[in-house]
Design a protein around this ligand. Structure first.
Ligand SMILES: Cc1cc2nc3c(=O)[nH]c(=O)nc-3n(C[C@H](O)[C@H](O)[C@H](O)COP(=O)(O)O)c2cc1C
Length: 206
């Protein structure tokens, strides 16, 4: 059984695509991205684990000129050019009403979670933080899924969250977390990758 489990290890090509050679994109080739590919990536990302399978990440794929015009005013100056160039910019948000799906996706945990949040998750600070944290994890899974299917990602924290929320989530149910440009990165403009921490800087055993 262990040998079978170990045989699941992905090959070096996969590791190159997802980690070893994958870089954050800051410029994009002039090539569109199919919506079916974006949805496939979202589907894979949703398979990554979240606490009690609560799945609070929500995504708006901005892939039209009109959508970009709505988004760009909220983007920090240093991110405008790359966001204009990218065929798609995903808005990642945490759903503050994520409990509305619990009956289907987390039936065994639903009652316990609702009780923990006084039956009113949208107005519970702990529930809102929980949604925020779990959705952040899912953005990470999305990043790796996008790379696994051949896209380059340009995650961005440089934007006005309040402005994005007012424009795209005016009912207040969702809160934007990060933006992510998606497409086929222009590798010619990449700078050398910044060094990572040494293993001894961030790992230990106990
Ligand atoms: C959450 C997050 C926010 C980021 N915000 C920005 C940003 O606003 N603008 C930008 O140009 N790059 C941004 N980056 C890109 C990072 O600088 C980049 O991922 C990091 O330096 C690693 O680069 P590498 O993937 O090429 O090794 C962001 C990355 C993440 C994960």
């Amino acid at each position: 059984v262990i040998a079978e489990k170990l045989a699941r290890t992905v090959n070096d090509d996969a590791l190159r695509s997802i980690f070893l050679e994958a870089r954050s994109a800051h410029a994009f080739l002039d090539h569109s991205v199919d919506r079916t590919l974006l949805l496939r990536i979202a589907e894979l990302a949703a398979l990554g684990p979240t606490s009690s399978n609560t799945l609070p990440m929500r995504i708006v794929f901005v892939d039209t000129k009109e959508g970009k015009q709505r988004l760009l005013p909220a983007v920090s100056p240093g991110n405008v050019e790359q966001t204009t160039q990218a065929p798609v910019t995903a808005i990642f948000a945490a759903d503050m009403h994520f409990h509305e799906h619990f009956a289907r996706i987390a039936p065994e945990n639903s009652a316990r979670l609702l009780q923990r949040w006084d039956g009113d998750p949208p107005n519970s600070e702990a529930a809102r933080q929980f949604s925020w944290d779990q959705a952040l994890l899912q953005i990470g899974y999305f990043t790796l899924a996008a790379r696994a299917l051949g896209l380059d990602c340009g995650p961005m924290g440089g934007f006005q969250r309040g402005a994005v929320d007012a424009e795209f989530f005016p009912d207040g149910r969702r809160r934007s977390q990060f933006l992510m440009n998606l497409g086929f990165g222009d590798d010619r403009v990449l700078k050398p990758r910044a060094p990572r921490l040494e293993l001894t800087d961030f790992t230990s055993f106990a």
